[in-house]
Design a protein around this ligand. Structure first.
Ligand code: CS2
Length: 491
């Protein structure tokens, strides 16, 4: 028997749920085949296929690396999802992925997939930086290397591999225009109005290459906002050993995740839509309240625990959230942020906030503080700076949010709790780490330079002497009495 998970070995695997709907047609192209997609949208889709739907298998695209294709292809694209609460496991095998294409290696096949009339929906998990926005967060960054490449090479894309998400999508739209086949694009990244952001970068890119294409996209491509939620840590070596013990064969593409999952999708499909609502997703007119709730209460607290927890020496979020001072801080942060979140149909917000902290405490899905801490320049605007501005406009200066920004400035110095150097992962790491170190002994300059260079705070927040002054005070306090001492002073 084969030693890896595959169609051949499937029948010999016992005691786990198996996919029933593998013979369906491909109707979805997904860009960004990371662990999150495999544990979230692909699971909803697998549930749908298991109900007998024959139209919505997923063909996935990897924009850069062939690592996931190399792991999945020998497994016939089957993989397991293990839901873990504490030490309890629930394992299933997912069969929703038809294939993975790697853009740098097979650009023609990637564009053929995206422009095939049979592909009705494109979903995206490309992380915040994948949208190639400028510092304002509102427009396409034409200076971004990948965007600049795709603009220059636009006529040749297909022979040459597109490097940016907007370049890839616009090229696909150009080909679809010739066959007049409409398309729905759904963003599944943690950005507010993520569908509208996708639309902006696509339209601004298209305007640079072909005005007529802009018009065609306006009438034939719809962009859905969506809110996605599930905690999915990066898979570790121990996870590969565990899954071998569970299945009796190896699975190099397994993902471990929490039991909870949520997907709220704007009902703005130009053509057919997968019946994801039959399997727990919710179609709504307006996703914004759900997005704000999740970004501010969940992701905001996640980032807070990541920076503070890391500086305190914690490797994992579940350790940080069970630290008494951090747990108290997370509650203070939630109390401050809750009034900035509008009512959400069917959800009791304070209960939601408490549930999040309980989810973070799940040791079954150990999530590294460094994983959440990466790309702060891309995450902090919507997670923390946006609610800080709302509060400022209500006449309140948020101490907990100012403290998190202070912790971020210290994190950018690139030294862990033992004083050892580590490398900061962020598209803006180079200038920000340089500023953090250049002004390590001048908190005022450190904070002001980092906040203005990063674009994390909107101009009105950056102009608030009270708010920025508080961030500086907290950096000073951390320098003088350490993170824990400073943390205890936040009220
Ligand atoms: C996390 C998110 O890594 C991060 O930045 O905050 O990936 C978080 O786990 C998900 O948004 C949960 O839905």
């Amino acid at each position: 028997m084969s030693q890896v998970l595959s169609k051949e070995s499937l029948s010999s695997i016992k005691g786990v749920a198996k996919p029933l709907g593998q013979e369906a047609k491909v109707g979805i192209a997904h860009i960004g085949i990371g662990a999150f997609h495999r544990a979230h949208q692909a699971v909803y889709t697998d549930d749908l296929l298991n109900l007998g739907d024959k139209n919505w298998k997923i063909s996935a695209i990897s924009l850069r690396s062939s690592k996931i294709k190399d792991a999945m292809a020998p497994q016939d694209y089957l993989y397991s999802v293990v839901e873990r609460a504490g030490s309890e496991n629930h394992t299933r095998i997912v069969g929703a992925i038809d294939q993975v294409l790697v853009a740098p290696k097979e650009p023609e096949a990637v564009l053929a997939l995206l422009s095939n009339a049979q592909t009705k929906v494109v979903t995206l998990t490309v992380t915040e930086k994948g949208y190639c926005r400028d510092k304002s967060g509102l427009h396409l960054d034409e200076g971004n290397d990948a965007v600049a490449h795709d603009l220059t090479e636009f006529a040749n894309l297909g022979e040459k591999a597109p490097k940016s998400v907007p370049g890839l999508l616009v090229k696909a739209c150009e080909i679809r225009k010739s066959t007049n086949s409409p398309l729905t694009i759904i963003s599944c990244d943690n950005l507010p109005s993520n569908g509208a952001v996708t639309r902006t970068i696509v339209m601004e890119f298209a305007a640079k290459v072909d005005k007529a294409l802009v018009q065609w996209i306006e009438s034939n491509v719809s962009f859905c906002n969506s809110m996605v939620d599930r905690i999915v840590p990066a898979t570790t070596d121990a996870d590969y050993t565990d899954i071998r013990n569970i299945l009796g064969v190896a699975d190099q593409s397994v993902v471990f995740t929490e039991p909870f999952k949520q997907w709220i999708i704007e009902d703005n499909f130009i053509a057919e839509r997968p019946a994801w609502d039959k399997v727990g997703a919710i179609f709504v007119k307006d996703v914004e309240p759900f997005e704000d709730m999740k970004l501010r209460l969940l992701n905001g607290a996640h980032s807070a625990l990541a920076y503070i927890g890391f500086l305190l020496g914690y490797e994992f979020i579940h350790e940080a959230v069970t630290d008494i001072d951090c747990a108290h801080f997370a509650k203070l942060l939630h109390q401050d942020v809750l009034p900035t979140v509008s009512a959400v149909p069917g959800i009791d917000l304070p209960v939601y906030a408490d549930t999040i902290l309980a989810r973070f405490a799940n040791q079954g899905v150990p999530y590294k503080t460094t994983q959440v801490a990466c790309d702060g320049s891309q995450k902090l605007p919507q997670r923390l700076a946006a609610p800080a501005l709302t509060l400022l406009e209500q006449g309140h200066v948020s101490k907990p949010i100012a403290f998190v920004l202070a912790a971020w400035c210290k994190f950018l110095e690139g030294k862990d709790s033992q004083g050892n150097c580590f490398s900061v992962t962020d598209p803006m790491a180079e200038p920000l780490v340089a500023l953090a170190n250049q002004y390590a002994h001048d908190s005022e300059m450190q904070v002001k330079q980092i906040l203005s260079e990063s674009g994390v705070c909107a101009p009105r927040l950056l102009k608030s002497e009270e708010f920025v002054g508080l961030v500086i005070t907290y950096v000073n306090t951390i320098n003088m009495i350490g993170v824990r001492g400073a943390l205890k002073q936040v009220s």
